[in-house]
Design a protein around this ligand. Structure first.
Ligand SMILES: Cc1cc2nc3c(=O)[nH]c(=O)nc-3n(C[C@H](O)[C@H](O)[C@H](O)COP(=O)(O)OP(=O)(O)OC[C@H]3O[C@@H](n4cnc5c(N)ncnc54)[C@H](O)[C@@H]3O)c2cc1C
Length: 381
């Protein structure tokens, strides 16, 4: 395996770095003070990013995207996540939308790529998150269409979404094999955004959603009846590689800040950098970040080579998210009280990285899947 980063990706990363420095960094103190960017400002920044060529990066060229692939998208995400607003670029649809019918593509996929239409992704429910088989939201056939009933919780990006990708059971006896996916427009009768859920994170506020006798036509069904399991698994795998890449930027920024501070701050007449306790925190962070980077780049490279990355993505996300937790913590420690203050981004990163050991599959479920493959165990073991 060749770990060289192709030149065109270096240029792309350079555009992302320039965008971060010119457009995002001047807003860092505002973000740290307010704890969030408004949805309008996020949209405006995405449009500015578009002018820097940062739009629909990993979307295949046949759909009008830039087709830079997973590695290119991961490198750009790594660069942008050095800012605590953790801006995700526009024009990149949830990969599940590539399974749309031609009609659905016109209504949902192309407007997402070309016009920045946004979706939210509703799988988790009050009674289930990790266990796909336990989805209780039902979709029942009525005439030519379907009627949805149930509650979804912790759903991100609702505030800017035009439609929701919803998972519902169509055959409860089949468990995970009885789930079907639907595209439901925001504003559809019977579909209500019930409440926001405040969290310890800055960048996200997820929502609870309620479906009460919500009627949708069969043309709103995405993929086969009882066929959502495979679509969701592929979607989650793609997302895991990207989430793992986010951690690299976060950890790199925190480590860079900590290194500079260790050289500057003096105690008992010497810089912190001269103390072995501090040196070891810096050395451990650098080595772990490097290891995570190799896992992430390998998973992305495998994806671009058309290989199955389920397990490479589990490993990359598991290691990178736990690495970022340790690196943000050590960096905060090196700054002492200043690290805990809202004047620096480290406390924001420290709180925000926590979610990724939970979302898109928890660390425990990732370990379970990795071990299950090694031990040759079946599902449920
Ligand atoms: C900020 C935020 C945003 C989110 N955004 C979305 C979104 O956009 N869309 C969406 O659908 N969901 C979203 N989620 C939900 C997230 O995906 C779930 O929280 C996650 O899948 C875990 O599910 P759960 O919370 O129900 O935990 P549970 O599944 O109840 O698990 C609880 C704990 O038990 C452990 N555990 C469970 N089963 C096992 C097992 N078999 N072996 C060992 N340990 C186990 C888990 O690892 C975890 O530590 C979001 C969550 C947050 C916090």
């Amino acid at each position: 395996m060749d770990f060289t980063i192709p030149d065109e990706y270096r240029q792309l990363t350079e555009s992302a770095r320039r965008f971060r420095e010119t457009e995002l960094m001047p807003l860092e103190q505002q973000f740290l003070r307010d704890g969030a960017f408004s949805p309008e400002l996020r949209t405006e920044l995405e449009h500015k990013a578009r002018r820097h060529g940062l739009w629909a990066l990993d979307v295949p060229e046949e759909y009008g995207g830039q087709g830079v692939g997973t590695l290119g998208a991961c490198l750009v995400a790594e660069e942008l996540f050095k800012h605590p607003a953790m801006l995700q670029l526009g024009g990149s649809p949830e990969p599940i939308l590539y399974s749309c019918t031609d009609e659905q593509k016109k209504r949902y996929l192309y407007p997402t790529i070309e016009e920045g239409l946004r979706s939210c992704y509703a799988f988790t429910e009050p009674d289930t998150g990790s266990d796909f088989a336990a989805v209780r939201t039902t979709a029942v056939r009525r005439g030519e269409g379907w009627v949805l009933n149930g509650t979804k919780t912790f759903i991100s990006d609702v505030e800017r979404a035009g439609f929701c990708i919803v998972f519902a059971t169509t055959d409860p006896a089949l468990g995970a094999k009885g789930i079907t996916c639907f595209l439901v427009d925001i504003g559809t009768a019977g579909f209500e955004v019930s409440r926001p859920i405040p969290t310890m994170g800055d960048a996200w506020e997820p929502y609870e959603l309620t479906f009460r006798d919500c009627e949708v036509g069969d043309e709103q069904r995405l993929g086969p009846v009882n066929g959502a399991w495979k679509l969701a698994a592929d979607q989650l795998t793609h997302g895991r590689a990207k989430i793992a890449a986010f951690q690299l930027g976060i950890a790199q920024r925190c480590l860079d800040l900590a290194v500079d501070w260790a050289k500057e701050r003096r105690t008992w007449g010497k810089p912190l950098a001269s103390r072995q306790a501090i040196q070891w925190m810096i050395a451990d962070s650098a080595v772990e970040l490097d290891a995570a980077r190799l896992l992430v780049y390998r998973a992305a490279w495998m994806a671009d080579a058309g290989e199955d990355i389920h397990h490479a993505a589990y490993a990359a996300k598991l290691y990178a998210t736990e690495m970022a937790q340790r690196v943000t913590d050590r960096s905060l420690q090196i700054f002492g009280g200043l690290g805990y203050s809202r004047e620096l981004p480290i406390q924001s990163f420290y709180r925000q990285v926590r979610v990724w050991r939970i979302g898109h599959g928890t660390s425990e479920i990732h370990r379970w899947m990795i071990a299950r493959k090694l031990l040759g165990l079946g599902s449920g073991d």
